[in-house]
Design a binder for this molecule. Structure first.
Ligand SMILES: [Zn+2]
Ligand SMILES: [Zn+2]
Length: 274
């Protein structure tokens, strides 16, 4: 065991922080300028909640806390990459495809990594919607009822740490290729930003729900906990349903019977189709 390799440490921490901040601002900035700046006057045609806008204070808060969180997350990931790269932490992460059963294992395990991190994200998010954690941590993110791309990482810093630990945990246990890990993390960041865009967008990827799915989570609070797949919400019956009422005080993920709403009387209890 030698001392700290400062050159490598600075490269890992600087690289991870820069990459996180750059991807966040590039994707969020692109969507923000394309819609909120250039098409501001025709918001009815593209905006999911055309009657609602963030106040200038909330808009600044989203950008500030999002940038702070990407920095924090980059610092921690950078240190993790450093301890792995310098050999101080043994992980099953590999870089040689041939060594681990070849391409079949590498491609199959990439799908497993995606499914596993997505299900973990669902469970953690759903847990954050229990009364205590919601009031003390997750409510910060739900101050933004009408989202913009910058809202994606506007989270309480403790929530960010929980999400990051939960996302990285499988990578320390199951063998995944380093490129699969980077790819899945990039996917999570980019599609989370699209999901928070507040813009009516449908993905070309058949498994990826339209942006309306997570927008409804912000509009109705305790429902639609999934990240990139709707299957977990279907299985656990936390997907938004017709004839149910949701709101900031309706905890539990399944809403409550709505007898007076616009949906009353129509195929009660069936899932909303996105
Ligand atoms: Zn939430
Ligand atoms: Zn959100």
């Amino acid at each position: 065991m030698g001392g700290i390799d400062w050159g490598l440490l600075i490269a890992c921490v600087g690289g991870a922080s820069f990459a996180g901040i750059a991807v966040y601002h590039a994707v969020a900035g692109y969507l923000y300028v394309r819609y909120y700046v250039r098409r501001r006057t025709t918001a009815e045609s593209w905006k999911l909640q055309p009657e609602r806008y963030l106040t200038p204070e909330l808009h600044r808060l989203a950008i500030w806390s999002g940038t702070r969180n990407m920095t924090l997350s980059g610092l921690l990931s950078g240190v993790l990459v450093y301890v792995i790269a310098s050999g101080s932490l043994d992980t099953p992460i590999y870089t040689d495809v041939a060594g681990w059963g070849g391409w079949a294992y590498t491609l199959g395990s990439t799908v497993v990594l995606f499914l596993l991190t997505d299900y973990i994200a669902y469970l953690v998010h759903r847990t954050l919607h229990t009364r205590f954690l919601f009031r003390h941590l997750h409510r910060f993110h739900h101050r933004f009822v009408a989202t913009t791309p910058y809202v994606t990482f506007a989270l309480h810093p403790v929530e960010l740490l929980i999400l990051q630990a939960a996302t990285l945990a499988p990578m320390l246990v199951i063998p995944f290729h380093a490129v699969s890990i980077v790819g899945v993390l990039l996917y999570i960041v980019v599609f989370n930003i699209e999901g928070h865009s507040g813009v009516k967008r449908v993905s070309a990827l058949p498994w990826q729900p339209p942006s309306q799915f997570h927008d409804d989570h912000h509009a109705h609070f305790h429902v639609n906990y999934g990240q990139h797949l709707m299957i977990w919400d279907r299985v656990h019956r936390t997907l938004r349903r017709h004839g149910r009422r949701y709101g900031p005080e309706v905890f539990g993920g399944r809403g409550e019977r709505d007898t007076g709403g616009a949906d009353a009387g129509r195929e009660l209890e069936s899932f909303i189709s996105y």
